[in-house]
Write a new protein. Structure first.
Length: 248
């Protein structure tokens, strides 16, 4: 059944990826340090999409999706597999690791921000309070796709006070997949690519949700080797004594 569904979804998935990648990296230099290599063309992006889908098929078996009971958790892990596949394709095409990380991050942000726009629009209809909108959208995201049934799914503690919403994550299935890949198979800098994409979006997301008044902090990050990701989401700047150094 999985193969039947996959075959049926491939054409729209390929079209969507091609469209988003053209907007995210089309016209960007292949190597900023070597302008003679040119820029990514439509033909290049078509090749990247086809190779990424092949890479996804090669990697998805390592994700152990059958262990995840939440549809949203499985979706996020699949997207992490796509992230790694895309990053590795860029490396195979001779793109440097640092530039590949940047390109993957930009492409992923388009998808991430696109998915939050309708949620933000609905939250605006419910309340004019910026902090309440942040909490509302995050609450929806904590139902899907970031539902937290516990390991091997997401594991998180959530609480609020008058100034902020706090989410402390102690297990992240997409990050766990990438860490398993690099520790048990091969490491091509995939965890860094994951960190500079998935783990860097929250600052921008909080600003989007807060209408440019965001104040997000995360002293610890699991993809850096910390035991948790402790996040503070707010439209109000915390007092200096309460703020920890930010590690991105």
């Amino acid at each position: 059944m999985e193969r039947v569904v996959r075959a049926g979804l491939t054409p729209p998935v390929r079209w969507f990826m091609r469209h988003q990648l053209r907007r995210a990296i089309g016209g960007r230099p292949i190597d900023p340090a070597a302008p003679q290599r040119g820029r990514f063309t439509r033909r290049d992006i078509d090749q990247i999409v086809d190779m990424t889908l092949v890479g996804y098929d090669d990697l998805v078996g390592l994700a152990h999706l059958d262990r995840l009971e939440s549809v949203g958790n499985r979706l996020n892990v699949r997207l992490a597999v796509v992230t790694v596949a895309l990053y590795r394709v860029l490396l195979d095409l001779g793109v440097s690791r640092s530039h590949a990380c940047d390109l993957v991050s930009d492409a992923g942000w388009r998808l991430y921000s696109l998915g939050t726009r309708p949620l933000l629009a609905m939250a605006r209809l419910r309340t004019a309070d910026r902090q309440a909108r942040v909490a509302t959208v995050l609450g929806w995201l904590l139902r899907f796709p970031f539902a937290a049934p516990g390991r091997p799914g997401y594991e998180v503690d959530v609480w609020n006070d008058d100034d902020a919403m706090y989410t402390t994550w102690t297990w992240c299935p997409p990050q766990a997949f990438v860490r398993h890949l690099v520790s048990e198979h091969d490491d091509r800098g995939d965890l860094e690519a994951f960190r500079t994409s998935w783990c860097s979006y929250d600052w921008a997301l909080n600003d989007v949700l807060a209408g440019g008044f965001g104040d997000y902090s995360r002293p610890q990050t699991m993809s850096r080797g910390d035991p948790q990701c402790d996040m503070r989401w707010s439209t109000r700047v915390a007092a200096p004594s309460r703020r920890a150094a930010v590690r991105r």
